[in-house]
Structures are given as C-alpha cells and as structure tokens.
Design a protein around this ligand. Structure first.
Ligand code: UT7
Length: 336
C-alpha cells in the first residue's frame, strides 16, 4: 500500500449487542442439534438476537453513541459516516443516512458498504483514504448486522452460527508511524454462491415459491467457506505484516473475524501466536458478520488489551467472497 500523506488512527470505539440471549440449549428445542455439536464444531455457546422492534440502524446508533463518547467527539464534528452491513433496514435509503439523521451529524456525508463479514475491514481502509488525502478529519465507521432477519431457523447447519450486534469506531488523522500502517484486501466473485442470499434482489424476486424454498434466507456451504477462510485470512495477515517489514511474531493483538473457533485456531496454528494475543468472543456472540471485528475491537479496548504502541492486526473474510487484513500501530491520540 502506498503511504498516505496523512496517517489515520482510531480515537474512539464502542459496541452494542441486543439483550436477548439465545443459548445452544434454546436451539436444541428448535432444530435437531446439540450443545455438544455446536461447541465442538464452532466454539459458540450463545448469541444475541434483536427483538422484533429493533433494526440494524438502531444497533448502529447505540454503538456509535458509545464510540463518539469514548473518542470525546460530537456527532456534529463528523465529516463522513460509513456503515458496513448486508442487513440494512431498507434497500434504500442507506443505514448510514438513517444514522446520520438520528445522530444529528449535520455536516457528514454518508454511505453504506457491502463486503459481507469483511465489511468493517474494508470500511476502515476506505475511511483511511478519505483521511489520508486530507479531505476528511472525522470519520465514523460502523459494522452492524441483524443476521437473525435472514437466518433460516429451520436449517441447523447455519442457524446455530449467527447473531446480531454492532461495533463502531471514530477515525481521524494521527501521528506518522501510528494508526493504519498497511492494508491488504482481496475478493473472488466466482466463490459468491458459497455464501449468499439468493432471493430479494433484481435477479430473483421474493415470491411465495422462493420463500417456500428458503431462498429469501442466508445460504452457506460451510465446509467450503471454512477452507477459503483459513487460506485467505492467513495470507492477508502475512501480507499486511510483511508490508510494514515485520514478522507475524511481532503482532501484539490479533482480532480475527469471529466465525468459528476452529477457523481461528487453524489460522493461528499457521502463524503461531500465543493464545493470549488472539481475541475470541464468539462463544458469547456467535458470528455477527460485519459487526464481529468492531465488537471485538471495542471489547479489547474496554478490557485494556491494547496499549499505546501495540501492533494490532484485524482480519476477516466473508460473502463475496471477500477478505482482508489491516496492520495498526495503536495510538488513540488525535493529531492536533
Ligand atoms: O462469516 C463467514 C461465514 N461463515 C463461516 O465462516 C462458516 C464456515 N464454516 C464452518 O464454520 C463450518 O463448516 C460449520 C460449523 C458450518 C460446519 O462444521 P463442519 O465441521 O464443516 O461440519 P459439516 O458441514 O461437514 O457437517 C458435519 C455433519 C453433517 O452430518 P453428516 O452428513 O456427516 O451425517 C451435518 O449434517 O454435521 C451435521 N450438522 C449438524 N449436526 C448437529 C450440521 N449442522 C449441524 C448441527 N447440529 N447444527
């Protein structure tokens, strides 16, 4: 990655998850599954599910308020809002515009970004470009997902995996040598059918027949996605770290997409970090897609797992298929 004129860092982080907890025991009553199968195959013990009155933009709002408070930033100072999601309130207007209005971010531009579970990583890199050119100084990046709205609750191979939530970060200019140091993004559209929402777009409208076949709900070929995930997350981490002339052993904290404990362990087996250097919260939240990395980032900050000067790597993969990683020298100080 060519170095930007201005470095982009993180000043505030926050997250929100709905109160309602859906445990593996609850799922045992809904489909032919067991706590033992879910824990051994995925590491997930429970997930949060939004109640019917809640929307993706509601979760964005709550997470954003916390990130703004953490960064001591007023919504009226925001120049840009990027919401990364595949489960928007509407096809349009965008979730970012709904959020802009609700936050009272009167001078912010706003757009949504769709890169599946890699959304937040793509969003951070996008925000860094606006900051890097000097066009914008305060950018809010949110990863939010209400996957429960597109989950097929009769399909045991997918319904046990997903959860709802949102994570947010306020980004802006920071000292050279800190903030986002490198980025590696990738995609392969030929793999799109492995993880998709077949009906509901221009290609396949939602009809009664489509609904009867479950085509208005998420479809995934889990074991194929698994292999792609391990291969590309490992490569993305190595690329992001090598781009700054470091070894993977220099990573102080790795925040991987929280899809499956076995995927994270397989990636870490290849790169060999101590377990304490890898953030895992999927046991409590399941896979929250674009929200998974920013929720884990916000929790890591809250738990004091990130110190000034630490080398942080965030990596993800998801629908598209897409993948990516960013290397960040952690420094919450804003450039005055
Ligand atoms: O965010 C990106 C999107 N998603 C992912 O990253 C997910 C990636 N994939 C995975 O995490 C894993 O592939 C899964 C957790 C989805 C599945 O694990 P697996 O080890 O790949 O299992 P499998 O799909 O090969 O299924 C093994 C067996 C099958 O039975 P048979 O054919 O061997 O008799 C399934 O029918 O497990 C069965 N099975 C279940 N059994 C109990 C599938 N789902 C369940 C279930 N409970 N919930």
């Amino acid at each position: 990655m060519k170095e930007n004129a201005i470095s982009a860092g993180f000043f505030g982080t926050g997250h929100f998850v709905p109160e309602r907890v859906l445990t593996n025991a609850d799922l045992e009553k809904m489909v032919d599954t067991s706590d033992e199968w879910i824990v051994t195959r995925s590491g997930i013990r429970e997930r949060r599910i939004a109640d019917e009155s809640m929307t993706t933009s509601d979760m964005c709002y709550e997470a954003s308020l916390r990130a703004l408070a953490d960064g001591d930033v007023n919504a009226s100072e925001l120049d840009l809002i990027i919401v990364c999601t595949v489960t928007p309130d509407y096809a349009f207007p965008s979730v970012s515009c709904l959020l802009q209005d609700r936050l009272g971010a009167s001078r912010a531009a706003a757009f949504d970004l769709s890169a599946g579970c890699t959304g937040f990583v793509y969003g951070v890199v996008t925000a860094a470009q606006f900051i890097g050119t000097g066009l914008y100084k305060k950018v809010l990046v949110v990863g939010a997902e209400m996957l429960s709205s597109i989950t097929n609750w009769k399909d045991r191979s997918t319904c046990v995996l997903f959860g709802d939530g949102a994570g947010a970060a306020v980004m802006g200019p920071c000292e050279k040598g800190s903030g986002l140091l490198s980025a590696y993004l990738g995609s392969d559209g030929s793999l799109g059918p492995l993880l998709c929402l077949p009906a509901g777009g221009t290609k396949e409208p939602i009809t009664e027949e489509a609904m009867a076949l479950g085509r208005d709900k998420l479809y995934m070929e889990g074991s194929e996605v698994f292999k792609v995930a391990v291969r590309h997350m490992e490569a993305a981490i190595r690329n992001a770290v090598e781009a700054i002339g470091e070894e993977v052993s220099a990573i102080d904290l790795l925040i991987p997409h929280q899809a499956n404990r076995r995927i994270i362990d397989a990636v870490n087996k290849k790169i060999g970090l101590p377990e304490d250097n890898v953030v895992i919260n999927l046991d409590r939240y399941g896979n929250t897609s674009a929200a998974s990395v920013p929720i884990a980032l916000s929790e890591a900050v809250q738990d004091g797992r990130l110190q000034e000067g630490d080398l942080l790597v965030m990596t993800s993969f998801g629908a598209g298929m897409t993948w990516g990683a960013v290397a960040v020298r952690w420094n919450k100080k804003e450039l005055s």
